[in-house]
Write a protein that binds this ligand. Structure first.
Ligand code: BGP
Length: 489
């Protein structure tokens, strides 16, 4: 069957993040990030962040938990840290890029590890070995006619900044980030044109814990404000360095539906969109805080440090495209929920009309069409889906083949959902699937939660040859790209 033909300029590709693929965590002068002191976990068992307390005892913290007075983050000898190895992409990027080229990628989304360029984060000048590494990667992409799409920050603030400055709760982080971003724009001018400032910036507020609520929200909204300012300043610098640069926000896109037709649920659903999704997109695309921001702050008794200069910067630093990830939808309700399902750092009511992955993420391609239509109407900016996919178990057959039909089925329906929105006039310019090669999961630290078209022979303890092989989905996606979406069979 012939399907919708995507425009010739459509950017087909795949996406990864430095901390989840590179490994080489302490090579060539790289400093540690939070992921380097984070152990593996599972869907049911949280990843632990390791530290030593003031008396020398081992500490195991969970995401969102604060480091106690006098404690410091530490790599413990008896623990395994999956991000230390990733899938060894730092040493194998040439082989991986050749495989992406074989699939016909037009674009490859990747991130730059902040602590590879600035090991502590507060240095005046970058680590030359780090700078050179990414130059080689971009040159290699160029040789294969693949456009890089670079995320400047993908969950990897240098650990030193977390420990000594309190991370993003400290305004000083704005300047450190801006220096890092400026270095990227200047060093890679002519090699990179597409940039994203912060990966899934809305996660800070969307997946908050509930302990000590007022404090959490105060810090979360304040950190977000500093990230907005950092992003807006980076956008201005990026445009000044090279007017050709196209810079996007990156929002974790989850489609929310009311669970019932109780008006209370309808209103709660609207407010969920505002807090979780629109809040960040509105600031980054429209250049100012929306009217409902006041309500959100009041609800949590939040008082923000916002200067007149910040507001000027937000205005001047709006993004060129609305860029987002999409995996799933969720239900919102004010009623008691008995059938809970959890996935993607959160939990909610089960939607009886949808199926769920082995990790509890809802399959909902219609939710993607819905999301695209809402966002295009709201911002009138080009859109790009920079993450989409499903993680699952893969089996290597005796002959080495891997029949990952579930990946193919997932992508087929989501590509159709994109086509539907585009036929209705939505300006979608690109699509990078998540984890085009198997990666270490951000949420659970597992490698067996596999997203890739390319299989990596490594397990959750780092055993394996790290050899790459092509799954069925590899050949399928190659055909999709070659046919510009018309052949999804
Ligand atoms: C997004 C992140 C990615 C990626 C993806 C899948 O939140 O931007 O880094 O990991 O989710 O999530 P997980 O790895 O938990 O399956």
């Amino acid at each position: 069957m012939s399907e919708y033909r995507f425009p010739d300029s459509f950017l087909w590709g795949g996406a990864t993040a430095a901390n989840q693929v590179e490994g080489a965590w302490n090579e060539d002068g790289r400093g540690p990030a939070k992921t380097d002191v984070t152990t593996g976990g599972t869907r049911y068992e949280k990843r632990k962040i390791t530290a030593i307390d003031k008396d020398g005892n081992k500490l195991f913290l969970v995401r969102g938990e604060k480091l106690p007075e006098g404690a410091h983050y530490a790599v413990l000898e008896d623990q395994y840290y999956p991000n230390h190895l990733g899938v060894d992409e730092y040493h194998r990027y040439e082989e991986d890029i050749a495989l992406y080229a074989e699939m016909g990628f037009k674009v490859y989304r990747m991130s730059i590890s902040w602590s590879r360029l600035f090991p502590r984060g507060d240095e005046e000048t970058p680590n030359p070995l780090g700078v050179e590494h990414y130059r080689k990667v971009f040159q290699c992409l160029k040789e294969h006619d693949i456009e890089p799409l670079v995320t400047i920050w993908h969950f990897d603030t240098p650990l030193y900044l977390e420990e000594h400055y309190g991370g993003w709760t400290n305004r000083k982080l704005v300047d450190f980030y801006v220096r890092f971003a400026k270095t990227c724009f200047e060093e890679y001018k002519g090699l990179v044109r597409y940039w994203l400032t912060f990966n899934e910036i809305n996660n800070t507020i969307m997946f908050m814990g509930v302990a000590n609520e007022d404090l959490d929200y105060q810090e979360a909204y304040q950190s977000l404000h500093y990230q907005f300012v950092a992003s807006a300043r980076a956008v201005q610098i990026g445009h000044a360095v090279d007017p050709e640069n196209k810079i996007g926000c990156m929002i974790c896109g989850i489609t929310n539906y009311p669970m019932t037709c109780d008006p209370k649920d309808i209103l709660a659903n609207r407010h969920t969109w505002e807090k979780n999704i629109f809040y960040c997109g509105d600031v980054q695309c429209k250049g100012e805080y929306p009217t409902y921001a006041k309500r959100l702050w009041q609800e949590r008794n939040v008082k923000l440090d916002i200067t007149a200069e910040d507001l000027e910067d937000l205005k001047k630093g709006t993004v060129d495209m609305y860029t987002f990830s999409y995996y799933m939808s969720t239900l919102v309700t004010t009623h008691e929920v008995t059938d809970l399902v959890s996935g993607n750092f959160s939990s909610g009511a089960r939607n009886e009309y949808l199926n769920y992955s082995d990790w509890g993420w809802a399959y909902d391609p219609d939710g993607l069409t819905y999301y695209l239509e809402v966002m295009y109407d709201r911002y009138h900016l080009p859109l790009m889906i920079v993450e989409n996919g499903v993680g699952g178990y893969d089996t290597v057959e005796a002959d080495g083949s891997i029949h990952d039909q579930y990946h193919i089925d997932y992508y087929r329906e989501h590509i159709r959902a994109m086509a539907k929105a585009m036929q209705d006039g939505v300006d979608l310019i690109g699509y990078t699937t998540w984890g085009c090669i198997d990666v270490v999961s951000a949420g659970t630290g597992e490698i067996r939660k596999r997203y890739g078209f390319i299989y990596v022979d490594v397990d959750d303890q780092g055993n394996g040859t790290l050899d790459r092989s092509r799954k069925d989905s590899f050949y399928w996606y190659k055909k999709v790209i070659a046919s510009n979406g018309t052949d999804l069979a």
